[in-house]
Write a protein that binds this ligand. Structure first.
Ligand SMILES: [Zn+2]
Length: 83
């Protein structure tokens, strides 16, 4: 029996999301490289600096975002941000 390699699965996922492009960070407004995430405004993404910030801070007294909430808002690490 053979199973698909993880790397080939990752590769096809990346291809489905299109090319890396320059996006504006929706948090700080700086230019960053990433892929458009379907739930983000067109042309907006998240820079690596703000990924760390958002993951480690509790906005407006709310609990920190869970992994699934973060994916819903900003996409998948290595595909939509931190590419
Ligand atoms: Zn930013």
């Amino acid at each position: 029996m053979s199973y698909p390699k993880v790397s080939s699965t990752t590769q096809s996922t990346k291809e489905n999301h299109g090319e890396i492009r320059t996006l504006r960070c929706s948090c700080c407004g700086e230019s960053t490289q990433g892929r458009q995430w379907k739930y983000r405004d067109y042309g907006y993404g998240l820079c690596s600096k703000c990924v760390t910030y958002i993951k480690n801070h509790k906005p407006f007294g709310q609990p920190a975002m869970s992994e699934s909430e973060f994916i819903e808002c900003y996409g998948i690490e290595g595909i939509h941000y931190n590419v």
